[in-house]
Design a protein around this ligand. Structure first.
Ligand SMILES: [Zn+2]
Length: 218
C-alpha cells in the first residue's frame, strides 16, 4: 500500500515500526490490520466523476484519470526537478475502489501514481508523473520514482491475475522507455525494498520472474 512521505520524511499513521524487517509477522500484520485501519479512516467526500476527465490529463494513454487529493502528493516538474529512475510496485491491501477513495481523502497523506484493477487490468491514474506521489514512505525514493498500486492482498494470490500482470507490465515498460529506466530489478522494485519501510508488498505471491519477462517483452 502507498504510504506517505511528506518532505523531508514523515511517518504515516499506520503500522509504524520502521525498524522491522520484512517478515512473516509483518506480512500478517499488514494484511490483517492495515486494511481495516485505513478503511476506518475513509473520508466521506467521494469524487464521483470517474472517467469524465479528458485524456490529456493522463500520462498513460490507457489510463482513466481519477485524481488524488492535492494534499496527498507534492507538485513538481519531474524529470526536470528530479530524475525519474525507479518504479515501485505495491499491493493495495484494499479494494480498487476503496484505494481510489483513500487517495481522494485529503487526510490520507498518501497516494500512488497508478492503481491497477485485479479483475480486468484497468488502470486509474491518480497523480501525474511529473508530481511526487507519497507512496514509498521515503522522500528520496518518492522524488525519483513512479508508484504503481495493484488491487489485492499480499496473502491472496488469486488477486494477481493474468490481466493485471499484463496491464501493469505494459505500463511499467512504457514508463521505463519514457524515462530511460533499465528494465531490471535494480530499477523496478517492490515497496519492501525501500529503505526504512516496514511494508512487505507486493509479497511472496507476486511473480517477479513472470512480471519482469512481461516488462521486457519476452
Ligand atoms: Zn506499498
Amino acid at each position: 500500500m502507498a504510504r506517505p512521505s511528506r518532505p523531508p520524511t514523515s511517518p504515516d499513521g499506520t503500522a509504524a515500526d520502521p525498524s522491522a524487517a520484512p517478515s512473516r509477522r509483518s506480512l500478517l500484520r499488514g494484511g490483517l490490520a492495515v486494511g481495516a485501519a485505513a478503511t476506518a479512516g475513509l473520508a466521506g467526500e467521494l469524487w464521483t466523476g470517474r472517467g469524465r476527465a479528458s485524456a490529456a490529463t493522463v500520462d498513460y494513454p490507457g489510463a482513466t484519470w481519477a485524481p488524488a487529493s492535492t494534499a496527498n502528493y507534492t507538485a513538481s516538474n519531474r524529470p526536470t526537478s528530479y530524475p525519474v529512475n525507479l518504479v515501485v510496485i505495491h499491493v493495495t491491501q484494499e479494494t480498487f475502489s476503496d484505494t481510489i477513495k483513500l487517495f481522494q481523502d485529503p487526510a490520507h497523506a498518501a497516494a500512488a501514481h497508478y492503481v491497477v484493477r485485479s479483475a480486468d487490468g484497468a488502470i486509474d491514474q491518480c497523480v501525474r508523473e511529473h508530481d511526487i506521489a507519497w507512496h514509498a514512505g521515503n522522500w528520496d525514493y518518492n522524488t525519483r520514482s513512479i508508484g504503481i498500486e495493484h488491487e489485492g492482498w499480499v496473502d491472496q494470490p488469486s488477486y494477481f491475475t493474468t490481466a493485471m500482470y499484463h496491464a501493469s507490465a505494459a505500463l511499467t515498460a512504457e514508463i521505463c522507455d519514457k524515462y530511460g529506466i533499465p528494465k531490471d530489478r535494480n530499477h523496478i522494485i517492490g515497496h519492501y525494498q525501500v529503505p526504512g519501510t516496514d511494508h512487505t508488498d507486493p509479497g511472496p505471491n507476486w511473480d517477479w520472474v513472470r512480471y519482469m519477462r512481461l516488462v521486457n517483452g519476452v
